[in-house]
Design a protein around this ligand. Sequence first.
Ligand SMILES: [Zn+2]
Length: 185
Amino acid sequence: MIHNRMLLLPGNEVTAITETVQEPQLEERNPDDCLYGPFEVTFENNYQIRVWVINSDPPVIQSALYDQSGELLDGPVVAETAELDQDYVFIDGPDQYEMRISRAANTVITDDELTTYVEAGGGHCPCCGCDDIHHSSFQVDGQQASRGTECLNCGANWKDIFQLQTVSRDAEDFRAPTRNVRRPS
Ligand SMILES: [Zn+2]
C-alpha cells in the first residue's frame, strides 16, 4: 500500500544563515534551531512525515516518519540542502509513505494571473487554480465593494475589488419615484 500526500509550502527561500548550531537529537530539536518547519503531512492512518530545515552551516533538511502515537519509525533522513523541493519517501514494512513537497512559487499574483482571474470572473484561486475558495461578506465603500477571499486548498487569501459599473433599469430591479419629484439638474 502506498500512501501519498502533497504538501504545498509558501514560496519562502533561505536567504540568511544567522548562526551555526550544534545539531541535537531530532526529538530535542529546539524550534529556534529551525529555519523552517516542521512542515507536517498527516496520512489517513495518522502516520506523519515531518520535515525541518535546520539552521546549520550549511543548512540541511531533516525528514522523519512517525506513527500515530508519535513514535519515530524511520529517519531522520538528512539532505545536504535547504531546498524544500524534493519528494520524501519512507518505507515502513510493506507500507510506503510518500510526501510530495512542492513550493508555492506564487508569492505574488502576476499580471497574467490577475487578468485570467478577472476575465474568468473569479471563482478560482489565482495562486494554485483550485476552485475551493471561500468568500467573506462584501464591504461597500463609495464606488467600490470588496470582499476577502481565501483558498481552502493552498491558504492564499486576497481581496476581490468590485467597481460600481451601472444601474439595472430592468423592470424587476427599478422602481420609479413614488413621490412627484423633479429630476436632478
Ligand atoms: Zn489556492
